[in-house]
Design a protein around this ligand. Structure first.
Ligand code: MN
Length: 259
């Protein structure tokens, strides 16, 4: 019997988490560990200076726990605290909102998958492009059917044959409202949002900021951003943990030689 750990960053109440559990239920024993609260944008952060509480949750039809921690905490506690063994697959998602480009390291959804991969578990991060018309509270109305179908098939493939050599995790993004979308194997775009800050004042006149930005649509062909936002295809980007710039190692000698 295969074991599948499911985590997310939108929190235990997210309909995307429920959708993920439904999508892979037939493939093995499923255990869900998810943050109690919305944790989008926390990347791969872990709680080192505070304890992480855990509560059994009846929100899902499978064994599920809610934790007072981050998505990467959920992975670590799921593997080392609850399962006490490595699962055969980690699924992170289904996130409400796409996670693409090198900005994906900001994502709690991708961050959890990176943590899983780092723990030696093949991981799939999956996100649904929703546009900004959906707020996180309105997720109940979202249609996850296409993302569920993609996830079920990919999970079966990873469980059966593993990931290709050199791949630690898959970052999958599904366009919204497209019936039978085509599939593209992609690379990360450079950016998916522009960066902007909105400066405001609190009631006592002190300045605060909202970090904000607009979606980028003009990414190069072959990238995840182009595939999902321009071509309305599913993007599957194979990722690896090693961020080392191998091609620069020779040129880097000049940095060594000045020291
Ligand atoms: Mn999220």
């Amino acid at each position: 019997m295969k074991t599948i750990l499911i985590v997310n960053d939108d929190g235990i109440a997210s309909p995307g988490l429920k959708a993920a559990a439904e999508a892979v239920r037939g493939l093995g024993e499923v255990v869900v560990v998810a943050p109690a609260m919305q944790q989008s944008g926390v990347g791969r952060s872990i709680s080192l200076f505070s304890p992480v509480g855990i509560t059994r949750s009846s929100a899902l039809e499978v064994e599920a726990y809610s934790i007072a921690g981050t998505p990467a905490d959920a992975v670590i506690i799921g593997i080392h605290g609850i399962l006490k063994k490595r699962p055969d697959l980690l699924v992170s998602g289904i996130n409400m909102g796409e996670n693409m480009s090198s900005e994906a390291t900001t994502s709690g959804t991708v961050g959890a998958a990176l943590e899983g991969a780092s723990q030696g578990v093949p991981a799939v991060a999956i996100s649904l492009h929703t546009g900004r018309e959906f707020s996180f509270d309105e997720g109940e109305g979202l249609d996850f059917a296409t993302a569920q179908e993609v996830l079920g098939k990919l999970a079966g493939q990873v469980l059966g044959r593993g990931l290709p050599e050199g791949v630690d995790l898959l970052n999958v993004n599904v366009p919204y409202g497209v019936e039978k979308p085509r599939i593209r194997i992609t690379r990360l775009a450079r950016r998916m949002y522009t960066t902007r800050v909105q400066e405001r004042s609190d009631p006592r006149g002190r300045t605060y900021y909202w970090i904000d930005g607009d979606a980028i649509y003009d990414a190069e062909e072959g990238t995840d951003v182009h595939a999902v936002r321009v071509e309305e295809c599913v993007s599957i980007t194979p990722l690896k943990l090693d961020l080392t710039s191998m091609e620069s190692l020779r040129e880097m000698r000049r940095f060594r030689d000045i020291l």
